[in-house]
Design a protein around this ligand. Structure first.
Ligand code: NDP
Length: 298
């Protein structure tokens, strides 16, 4: 059997960002302002600083105004909630993102709950989780929506396909399963208590791995020809003489490549989609706030 096709999330995300850029320019003409995303970072977490910087740069490139709020780790819950309230009322701000994790002592759920659900472009608010569950228009978390886009681009209609999602987190696994169900796939959610996981995965035409365990899904778990979406981002311990370890996904890539029909690499698969979909959600929020129809094909 020939080697699996490589699903190029980087190229797909670049094309999506270009379409968002064009739509943001049209929005500027129609609404006399740019779509706006406020990003709130509390504390000095190194990875979070990198993510927030990348989000601001991506906004700028797409013609979306980015409002960065960097607060010290000593910020109180009351101060943070006051800022969120202010951003909720700010007409220039269409999307609000509070970078997680928050420093100890700050209640993440309380902060997410304070965000106006119609500005919750991360899709983490319980109102948006509920909207997704009952099929109402809202915001869907960026990573699973990006995975769905890659799947539909690769496969087209997902109707009737067997999908196994490994992982049941609120930000990836659960919304991924909802999206696949809405797309008429037959969905199984697997997790740490699932029995005979390799057998369960072997049934799947579509495998989405969102576990956080390096190369857990082996090649012989994959049904020949299946489409594999690897959400995991895991850094291995550094090899001798290297400062940093390699990044790997939750799927043993080289093994899966021999069996699958198509697979996302790590890095360069799902990762680039997350920021692109954040921009997409912000653009959609801006159209809703301005009473304009959201652009098609985004
Ligand atoms: P969580 O830790 O919140 O959830 C992990 C899930 O995996 C849980 O549901 C857990 O089950 C399940 N699990 C753990 N061990 C096993 C096992 N041995 N067998 C089967 N299931 C298992 O992680 P996230 O959903 O937040 O993230 C998952 C991965 O995706 C991480 O590597 C993360 O870095 C990456 N990620 C990547 C993003 C991107 O942009 N590409 C964005 C977000 C996450 P249980 O519920 O029973 O504990």
């Amino acid at each position: 059997m020939s080697e699996a096709a490589r699903i190029d999330g980087k190229a797909f995300a670049e094309a999506l960002r270009a379409r968002i850029g064009a739509a943001a320019a049209a929005f500027l003409q129609a609404a006399a302002r740019k779509p706006g995303l406020a990003v709130v970072l509390v504390g000095e977490d190194a990875a979070s600083q990198v993510y927030v910087g990348a989000k601001a740069k991506a906004c700028e490139e797409a013609g979306i105004a980015s409002f960065e709020h960097r607060l010290p780790a000593t910020t109180s819950a009351a101060e943070l909630l006051t800022l969120v309230e202010r951003l909720n009322r700010d007409p220039e701000v269409d999307g609000i993102l509070v970078q997680l994790p928050l420093p100890q002592g700050l209640d993440e759920q309380a902060v997410i709950a304070a965000i106006d659900p119609d500005k919750d472009v991360d899709g983490f608010h319980v109102i948006n989780a509920g909207r997704l569950a009952v099929g109402q228009e809202g915001f869907v978390p960026c990573t699973p929506l990006g995975c769905l886009m890659l799947l539909q681009d690769r496969i087209g209609d997902l109707s009737g396909l067997e999908a196994v999602v490994i992982g049941r987190s609120n930000i990836v696994g659960k919304p991924m399963a909802q999206l696949l169900t809405d797309a008429n796939a037959t969905v199984t959610i697997a997790h740490s208590r699932t029995k005979n996981l390799p057998e369960v995965v072997r049934r799947a035409d579509i495998v989405v791995a969102a576990v956080g365990r390096p190369e857990m899904v082996r090649g012989d778990w994959i049904k020949p020809g299946a489409t594999v979406i690897d959400v995991g981002i895991n850094r291995l311990p550094p090899e001798e003489g290297k400062a940093k370890g390699r990044l790997v996904g939750d799927v043993a890539y080289a093994e899966a490549l021999e069996v699958a029909g198509a697979i996302t690499p790590v890095p360069g698969g799902v990762g680039p989609m997350t920021i692109a979909v954040l921009l997409r959600n912000t653009l959609v929020a801006a159209h809703r706030h301005a009473g304009l129809d959201a652009p098609e094909g985004i």
